[in-house]
Design a protein around this ligand. Structure first.
Ligand code: URA
Length: 433
């Protein structure tokens, strides 16, 4: 078999078969297929797409290109969740405790921040002494005992994806829906859970800018999950506006605690309850209606909050800051961003809000950057709010006084203030099963 012939076949819009896809992925990971040939193949896939069958085969080989986590040491149905990434997205740390409080099992590997989007592992590390790298047995023991553990990605998971992603990044092929679907699902399949909930973000802060693209991506990922024998559901949720009021690591942990105590922002609470409801449904805990009631009860009776405390304790974190969030180290500089114009906030450029938080120190500007856990933004006004001149739009937290002027001007650029009250958009646009 020759890679040249496979490229020509895909260029002419024919489907690749099982043996051809195996040859291509195995050869690329082993180094016998060169980057320039794989780059041509990626462009052919970008232009011509892939059938559901080809995509399922491609994802399967990608997922088996490295370590596959065997979660059979954990009793019960294990449910995973993946978010396609957003700003202020701290849902994992609210949802995992809710699901565990309702008897579900969450053995989850999460990522770090990427560009303008935050990452769960970075947020967890804002809790002093919290360990996010655990040996497999300890990870299993914590899930068996408490129902949840969230750690950083371990092992050599889906190396084919790592190599392909780096190549896509420099060949203008990242934004191919089939390639995004295979990339995400290859890692989810290798991570070993029995069922998968996908939170596909749509809007100015997300990869998917339109509902049509978000639905297409969701359908492809659900179909890959089904072909692999995993119950998979996708929810398309809003990322036109940052989620919740906090952006930045310890600020977001404080918001997680508030939400688990039933005092969180409405948007975050609604999205988390719906995601948790669907994870419980996938775990076979009942009908969607029953799972919704269970999830709500776990916030009311404090059992979800107790699960967060148990996980933090089991992973060596300082539960003192969770029990009293006043104990989190505070940023030395606080700066209020004041409105100079009256009107409704009509729009927020979510990506720009995320970039502001990075400028303040909450994310990485380079791979080597050290995160300032105390840095970030508390948004006091969001889309739909009416603001008067002199109102506080947001409060910035930082250790770098010198960045405040640039951060303020970019934040103001991110807000569109006008005379029209914007229509309230749904937080959850669609459910794909
Ligand atoms: N996230 C991934 O893991 N892969 C993509 O291709 C895009 C987003």
């Amino acid at each position: 078999m020759r890679m040249y012939d496979l490229i020509a076949k895909k260029r002419d819009n024919f489907a690749l078969n099982d043996k051809e896809i195996a040859f291509m992925i195995d050869g690329y990971v082993a180094g016998s297929i060169a980057d320039y040939q794989m780059a041509a193949m990626l462009m052919a896939i970008y232009l011509n797409g892939m059938s559901d069958k080809e995509l399922a085969i491609l994802t399967d080989y990608m997922s088996r290109s490295g370590d596959c986590i065997d979660l059979s040491g954990i009793e019960g149905v294990k449910v995973d969740k993946h978010s396609t990434g957003g700003v202020g997205d701290k849902t994992t740390l609210v949802i995992a405790p809710i699901v565990a409080a309702c008897g579900g099992k969450v053995a989850k590997m999460s990522g770090r921040g990427l560009g303008h989007t935050g990452g769960t592992v970075d947020k967890m590390e804002a809790i002093p002494h919290m360990r996010t790298a655990l040996k497999e047995q300890e990870f299993f023991d914590i899930v068996n005992k408490h129902g949840l553990s969230v750690i950083g990605q371990t092992g050599n998971l889906a190396p084919a994806d790592k190599k392909l992603y780096a190549l896509r990044d420099v060949t203008a092929t990242v934004s191919s829906i089939p390639l995004i679907a295979a990339s995400i699902m290859s890692k989810k399949l290798a991570a070993g859970s029995d069922c998968i909930l996908l939170d596909v973000k749509k809007g100015s802060g997300a990869f998917m800018k339109t509902i049509d693209d978000a639905i297409e991506l969701s359908e492809k990922m659900v179909s890959i999950g089904a072909a692999a024998g995993k119950r998979t559901v996708a929810l398309i949720t809003d990322m036109d506006i940052p989620l919740g009021n906090a952006i930045g690591n310890s600020l977001e942990i404080i918001e997680v605690v508030d939400t688990l105590k039933g005092k969180g922002p409405e948007d975050l609470t609604e999205v988390c309850l719906t995601l948790a409801q669907n994870m419980l449904y996938l775990s076979g805990k009942g009908s969607l209606e029953e799972c919704k009631k269970m999830a709500e009860k776990s916030l009311r009776d404090g059992s979800a909050f107790d699960k967060l405390v148990a996980m933090v304790d089991a992973q060596g974190g300082d539960t003192g800051v969770i029990l009293n969030t006043e104990k989190f180290v505070k940023a030395p500089y606080l700066h209020e961003v004041i409105a100079q114009q009256e009107g409704y906030i009509e729009k927020m450029d979510t990506e720009k809000c995320g970039i502001v938080s990075v400028i303040l120190g909450a994310g990485r500007e380079t791979k080597e950057s050290v995160i300032d856990f105390s840095a970030g933004i508390i948004m006091r006004k969001k889309v739909g709010n009416y603001v008067k001149v002199g109102d506080v739009l947001a409060v910035f937290y930082t250790s770098k006084k010198g960045v405040l002027a640039d951060a303020e001007s970019l934040y103001k650029e991110a807000l569109t203030i006008g005379t029209h009250k914007p229509a309230k958009e749904p937080l959850i646009f669609a459910r794909v099963e």
